[in-house]
Design a protein around this ligand. Structure first.
Ligand code: AP5
Length: 216
């Protein structure tokens, strides 16, 4: 977890590959629904464009449906969910029924200055949802994805006014999850203002420490 632009997607994608886990991003799933013009996408679009949270019941239903795919059997990294205490409680219930408790919650601790710099320069692949950045992580060819040659675009919610609203929503609705998971002894907060590889090394270290102490 972490505020918008903390690097959740960037870190989760690499980590999921390294650990052979499924990567489940509710933001990516919602954007796919919007692109497909599904009923959920039509309902979600207005909230997303405004930088508001999509209602809990819609996102939780979408997540439960994603859990029916077999690739979660070995475990998964959740990115962007839960975002409210209500979602966290729903997640606890769903995972209890699957006997798959949460191992670790990694909170990417990021300053506001860094968030605005990262989001205002972000580029995303329309085809595979890979992330780039105009200056921090530029693609090899302008506006073309290095991984799949898909077209890169700027997310409509990556403008300054919407970024500020997303940050306000994060502080009000999502930041309380830090205490929720700290109280359960699941939380690891890591500094995330540094370069992506440096942050990755810290996160990998946190996961390794967890695995070593749980003999995975
Ligand atoms: P979502 O897509 O989850 O957006 P977000 O939480 O605002 O997070 P971001 O994707 O903007 O940032 P990130 O932390 O993944 O950063 P990234 O790695 O891309 O959600 C979008 C919307 O969907 C929400 O506003 C809401 O409406 C809805 N939604 C989603 N989930 C929901 C839920 N559970 N409940 C209700 N509504 C929900 O990095 C950002 C940029 O910085 C990239 O360009 C990257 O290349 C660059 N970068 C990353 N790390 C570094 C680094 N260390 N150094 C330099 N550059 C970096």
């Amino acid at each position: 977890m972490g505020p918008p632009g903390a690097g959740k997607g960037t870190q989760a994608k690499v980590l999921a590959k390294q650990l052979s886990l499924a990567h489940i991003s509710t933001g990516d799933l919602l954007r796919q629904n919007v692109a497909d013009g599904s009923e959920l996408g039509k309902k979600a679009k207005e909230y997303m464009d405004a930088g508001a949270l999509v209602p809990d019941e819609l996102v939780t239903e979408m997540l439960i449906s994603r859990f029916s795919r077999s690739d979660i059997a070995k475990g998964f990294i959740l990115d962007g969910y839960p975002r409210t205490i209500n979602q966290a409680q729903s997640l606890d219930e769903v995972l209890k029924s699957k006997n798959m408790p949460i191992d670790l919650v990694v909170d990417l601790n990021t300053s506001e200055r860094m968030i605005v710099q990262r989001l205002s320069g972000r580029l995303v692949c329309r085809k595979c949802a890979a992330n780039f950045h105009k200056t921090n992580m530029p693609p090899k060819k302008p506006m073309i994805c290095d991984n799949c040659n898909g077209e890169l675009y700027q997310r409509p919610d990556d403008n300054e006014a919407t970024i500020m609203n997303r940050l306000a929503v994060y502080r009000k609705d999502s930041a309380p999850l830090i205490k929720y998971y700290a109280d359960k002894g699941k939380l690891q907060s890591v500094p995330a203002d540094g370069a992506a590889n440096d942050v990755l090394n810290i996160v990998v270290g946190v996961v390794k420490k967890y695995n070593d102490s749980h003999k995975v």
